[in-house]
Structures are given as structure tokens and as C-alpha cells.
Write a protein that binds this ligand. Structure first.
Ligand code: NI
Length: 253
């Protein structure tokens, strides 16, 4: 059984065959998917999926890439979407300093903080996106000691992972851990307890080996579980089952 704790089935790369693909996932042992909104449209679509498919759950939030759209009206819509019964988190939210085209740091931080406040108010966990912004991300997480969540597609060091765990966060692993040059992610997987690991695709992106570069899908979590099993001298079944327990615990499913 597989639970994909981070997916984007609203992405246009699924437009051609979305319904058929989702049926196949069910046949291939996928028992749960958390679809994460990145834009406001993505948040609305994520909620729509939860009504269409019994095994879909949603996170609603504005990704740092779109931080400049976050005004009071947007927060109000997120608040009302978040009250739907299968919305289990605020996300994905955070900081992304990788692309020059992203909104400036101040705008990103402001949007991140406003959405952390919303999570605190609604008592929901958060799905964090952090790319090349570890220090600023950690400082903002520390401002909200009552909020927990997952640092998705984790790209930091072992020390940073341990800091996040100390704050109550889980660490999300994508296909990146299967890449030949994935030294850091492998080290983090080795050093943190299995009880803090979530498995995720971030599909359509981040396909694991042997599908690197192709469109990703939730049943490919099998390859991520196999890799983590190898790192931790465990069986893939135990890794998948523990990750399901962790995901359900965090998102109150
Ligand atoms: Ni994502």
C-alpha cells in the first residue's frame, strides 16, 4: 500500500489522461493522496478532487513562486477552503530563493508568515517548500511553536533535518533520494528515525530512477520506498507502512 503525501494532479501535464491514471493508481495499491495546491486555482482544484475521489485529501496554500498574489481576499478564500472536511493542511507554503524570477524575499516571507498564522488559527499542519532558504525557513518555523508539518522534498543537511524534527516536523522524501548524485538526501534518510519520514512524489515532477526526467505518478513511490529500505536495512513493505502511519498521524487522517 502507498500513501502519496505530496502530489499535484491539477497540473496540466495530467489533462490528457487524468481520470484513467487515477483509476490505475487505485489498482496499483495507492490508498491515499494529498494533493497540494500551489496557486489559488490549484487549491480550488485540490478541494474538487477530494469530492471526486474517495482516496484524495487536500492541502491549500500559495507557493512562494506566487507569493505576490497573497492579499486579504486570498487568505479569506484559503480560510473557507480549509474548512472543507478533507482539507488536511495549509500548503504548500514557504520560501524559494533558487529562481531569480520569484517574488523578492520580503514578499515571500510575508506570504509565508501570513499562511503560518492561518494554520495556527485553524489548528492545521503545514506543508513546507524550502529551496535554498534553510535559515530563513527555520526562523519562521520557530515563530510558530504550536504549528507542525512536513518539510517537503527535503534538501537540507542532517543538522537542519534534526532542527526541523526538534520543532515537531516530518521530513519528506521524493525521487531525489534515488538519484545517483543524491548524497545529502541519502545521509538525511540514514540519520533520522523512520517515524519522521514521509514518502511523496511531488508529481508530475521529481520522478525516481529509473523514470528520472519522465512524468511522475504516485505508484512510483515504490522506488523511493525501495531506496529508503536499502539505506535503512529495512524491507520496502515496512518503509511504506511506517510512512502511511506517519502521514495519517501528521494529517489527522
Ligand atoms: Ni510540490
Amino acid at each position: 500500500m502507498i500513501f502519496d503525501s505530496h502530489a499535484h494532479y491539477d497540473d496540466e501535464s495530467f489533462n490528457e489522461d487524468r481520470e484513467q491514471l487515477i483509476e490505475e493508481l487505485k489498482d496499483n495499491g495507492v490508498v491515499g493522496i494529498l494533493n497540494c495546491g500551489a496557486s489559488l486555482e490549484g487549491a480550488r482544484a485540490s478541494v474538487k478532487f477530494t469530492k471526486q475521489y474517495d482516496f484524495f485529501y487536500a492541502a491549500v496554500g500559495i507557493h512562494p513562486e506566487y507569493a505576490d498574489i497573497l492579499n486579504d481576499d486570498v487568505i479569506e478564500e484559503l480560510r473557507s477552503l480549509a474548512k472543507e472536511s478533507k482539507v488536511k493542511a495549509i500548503g504548500e507554503i514557504g520560501l524559494d530563493y533558487h529562481y531569480d524570477g520569484n517574488p523578492e524575499k520580503k514578499v515571500q516571507k510575508d506570504a509565508f508568515i501570513k499562511q503560518m498564522k492561518l494554520a495556527q488559527e485553524l489548528k492545521l499542519p503545514v506543508v513546507i517548500h524550502d529551496r535554498e532558504a534553510h535559515e530563513d525557513t527555520l526562523n519562521i518555523l520557530k515563530m510558530f511553536p504550536e504549528v507542525i508539518g512536513v518539510v517537503h522534498c527535503f534538501s537540507g543537511s542532517v543538522e537542519f533535518a534534526k532542527e526541523c524534527i526538534k520543532l515537531g516536523y516530518f521530513i519528506g522524501f521524493t525521487g531525489v533520494v534515488t538519484f545517483k548524485n543524491a548524497k545529502k538526501a541519502v545521509e538525511v534518510a540514514r540519520e533520522i528515525p523512520m517515524e519522521k519520514i514521509l514518502l511523496e512524489t511531488d508529481c508530475p515532477y521529481m520522478s525516481p530512477e529509473p523514470y528520472r526526467g519522465k512524468r511522475n505518478r504516485s505508484d512510483y513511490i515504490e522506488y523511493i520506498a525501495m531506496k529508503i529500505a536499502e539505506i535503512k536495512s529495512e524491507t520496502a513493505i515496512n518503509v511504506k507502512n511506517q510512512a502511511i502511519l506517519n502521514t495519517k498521524k501528521l494529517f489527522n487522517i
